[in-house]
Design a protein around this ligand. Structure first.
Ligand code: OGA
Ligand code: NI
Length: 361
């Protein structure tokens, strides 16, 4: 299929995508259907998003109890909250964003060393959800790599830009410690105690880093950086250099929902509840549907750290949360099951992993 610019508009393969080549127009295959609301008639910049002060989780039992109540509300309502006073030094955050940006600025040849379409690969560079298969393409370039245990994976990471391994590695370690602490608070808020999952995560949990780059887009009203989706993880901790992430508040407008902008707040990190915490809570906490919108001038970088149980360790509904009124609502699954799902399904079309786990009443 040739368009008026003489380009094959049916597919743009990785290494040759429109966003990598900074094409001055948006090819047809990047134009998303109106139901994805690329330009967001409904959103609002004035939304106050729930914020959890992590220092108050560390301040003693009474203080912690109050914060856990806020956490419960945030997880039930949005499946999303921001965290502040988490103790990770601003330099570590800035350095990680800087080396990520440095990686994407490398010559194409250097980045293509990591190019892979294999979703099981521990390190891969790509530009599509499934190369040559996606019906719709997105204006994103990414590097994904495993990060825990660090010594097992770090030698596979890019050596360039200089300092990438050291600075990204430091960030990953700090974020991972925080993820264990947040998971402890989440399971405690569910009445399961602090160690219910965090001890399993600490032992053999997975940490997958998605290092995302969204170059300026010539027509940000028509394309997206990422389509609406939820993460498979227990939780995802995210750092962004610019606003662009939007989350879906499904309870707004009497249940029809609306998109909410997540502002950039200096030093704050964002936490997404993922599908595996929805399962862990037997549906009490909801994984947040989110998407990424684009801008015309600036390159946006985000670091998404996805935390889950081990590769084959199954997340299932705890018996403590099951009774006559609350039957088991989800089948058990692992990170590997998610990867198998990814191979078989076109998530560019909105198919969600969590829907394959839900047990119908
Ligand atoms: C993701 C994701 C959001 C962002 O990588 O799963 O949702 O802001 N990223 O890049
Ligand atoms: Ni996501």
């Amino acid at each position: 299929m040739e368009n008026e610019k003489g380009e094959d508009s049916s597919t743009f393969k990785m290494g040759n995508s429109a966003q990598e080549r900074s094409l001055p127009y948006v090819p047809d295959c990047y134009i998303v259907p109106p139901c994805y609301e690329p330009s967001d008639a409904l959103d609002s910049n004035f939304e106050i998003l729930p914020t959890i002060d992590v220092s108050r989780l560390r301040a003693g039992d009474d203080e912690r109890r109050v914060v856990l109540q806020d956490l419960t509300l945030a997880c039930q309502h949005l499946g999303f909250f921001q965290i502040v006073n988490h103790g990770i030094n601003q330099n570590i955050l800035d350095d990680a964003l800087a080396v990520a940006n440095g990686f994407f600025e490398l010559p194409a040849k250097e980045k293509k060393k990591f190019m892979s379409n294999d979703v099981y690969a521990p390190v891969r560079y790509s530009t599509s959800l499934k190369d040559g298969i996606d019906k719709i393409q997105f204006w994103r370039i990414f590097l994904k790599h495993y990060a825990h245990p660090l010594h097992r994976w770090i030698h596979l990471w890019p050596e360039n830009p200089p300092g990438y391994r050291e600075k990204m590695g430091k960030f990953c370690e700090e974020v991972r410690k925080l993820s264990i602490e947040i998971m402890g608070a989440i399971t405690e808020s569910l009445g399961l105690g602090r160690d219910y999952i965090s001890s399993r995560m600490d032992e053999n949990g997975m940490q997958v880093m998605a290092i995302n780059c969204y170059p300026p887009c010539p027509d940000p009203e028509t394309a997206l950086g990422l389509p609406p989706h939820s993460d498979y993880s227990c939780i995802t901790i995210l750092l962004q250099n610019l606003a662009g992430l939007k989350i879906f508040d499904r309870t707004a407008h009497g249940g029809s929902g609306r998109w909410v902008v997540v502002p950039r707040v200096e030093g704050a990190l964002k936490v997404h509840i993922g599908d595996h915490v929805e399962v862990l809570s037997n549906g009490l906490y909801k994984s947040v549907v989110h998407k990424v919108t684009l801008n015309e001038e600036k390159t946006r970088i985000s670091l998404a750290s996805l935390h889950s149980l081990g590769m084959d360790d199954k997340m299932s509904v705890p018996y403590q949360l099951v009774n006559d009124k609350n039957p088991v609502r989800y089948r058990e699954s692992s990170f590997n099951d998610f990867l198998d799902f990814l191979v078989k399904n076109d998530i560019s079309q909105g198919k969600r992993f969590i829907e394959t786990l839900r047990i119908k009443d």
